[in-house]
Design a protein around this ligand. Structure first.
Ligand SMILES: [Zn+2]
Ligand SMILES: [Zn+2]
Length: 272
């Protein structure tokens, strides 16, 4: 006899299984490739950034969106966007891809289980990984703003622009990219995440990182949809680019609140 308490997990078991079976049977060469996570991450960055760069280039011609621009006097140019994108592309071609190739000689091929994760597992494991990453990056970020040499040589390239824009999300130095990549690979292993959960975390965390940098306080972004101001989003991270001794956490707001580094966005900034 089926226990009532088993019902939710059994139902959610079935929800992702057809999708997972489809991936295993029809896309196995792709999803088992060691290059798949990088492809997923980079294509997410590109796809999520494009719509916001169109908004940036249209600027005041689309007042529906431009009214939400946090720093309306600081509009990114196509040259600035190209520079940020080329920095990310350069890092991926000359550092990330060679690192993946080297890792294939040392690391075993990823195991793809037959069973899909439950929706509950995807959510709880995903939340745990995001909370851990948020803590790690908060500490790293704080240290790299307090130590002048670390800031200058490792983090300053990300602060080239006081008004961030979507492509600037991945304008990072190779040491910063290495650190972020190390945690992004290690944290899901610590929580024994299913590959499908890991790929969800990859796409979702890149969406949140791009949202941090869009430069618009849109009413439907995650920081407005998730209650109690639990997520910082674009207002918090835009403020970090304006006033770098504030809002060090990448996703959540609790560490900045606890340690007194949370600074709310100043509205109505003067135009340049
Ligand atoms: Zn930033
Ligand atoms: Zn910073």
């Amino acid at each position: 006899m089926m226990n009532i308490s088993d019902l939710p997990s059994r139902v959610s078991d079935r929800l992702l299984q057809p999708y997972w079976d489809h991936l295993l049977f029809h896309h196995l060469p792709l999803i088992s490739s060691p290059f798949f996570p990088v492809l997923l991450a980079f294509s997410s960055y590109v796809l999520f950034s494009i719509p916001f760069s169109v908004l940036d280039l249209l600027g005041e011609r689309v007042p529906l969106f431009h009214q939400y621009k946090i720093q309306p006097g600081r509009q990114p140019t196509s040259g600035m966007m190209a520079k940020s994108f080329m920095a990310a592309l350069y890092n991926h071609i000359f550092f990330v891809l060679p690192s993946v190739i080297i890792s294939t000689f040392f690391l075993p091929a990823p195991l793809l289980p037959k069973d899909a994760p439950t929706l509950y597992e995807v959510f709880i494991d995903g939340l745990a990984v995001l909370l851990l990453f948020d803590t790690q990056y908060y500490i790293w970020h704080f240290i790299h703003h307090k130590h002048p040499q670390l800031y200058r040589w490792v983090h300053a390239i990300h602060h080239e622009y006081m008004a961030p824009f979507s492509w600037s999300t991945e304008q990072l130095s190779i040491p910063e990219l290495m650190t972020v990549g190390f945690w992004s690979n290690l944290d899901p292993i610590l929580f024994k995440c299913h590959p499908l959960t890991i790929w969800n975390i990859t796409v979702f965390s890149i969406w949140m990182s791009v949202e941090d940098h869009i430069g618009y306080d849109l009413p439907w972004t995650l920081n407005h949809l998730v209650p109690f101001g639990l997520l910082g989003g674009a207002p918090a991270h835009d403020m970090h680019h304006q006033r770098p001794s504030s809002n060090y956490a990448p996703f959540f707001s609790h560490w900045d609140r606890i340690f007194g580094t949370a600074v709310p966005l100043k509205k109505k900034l003067p135009r340049l």
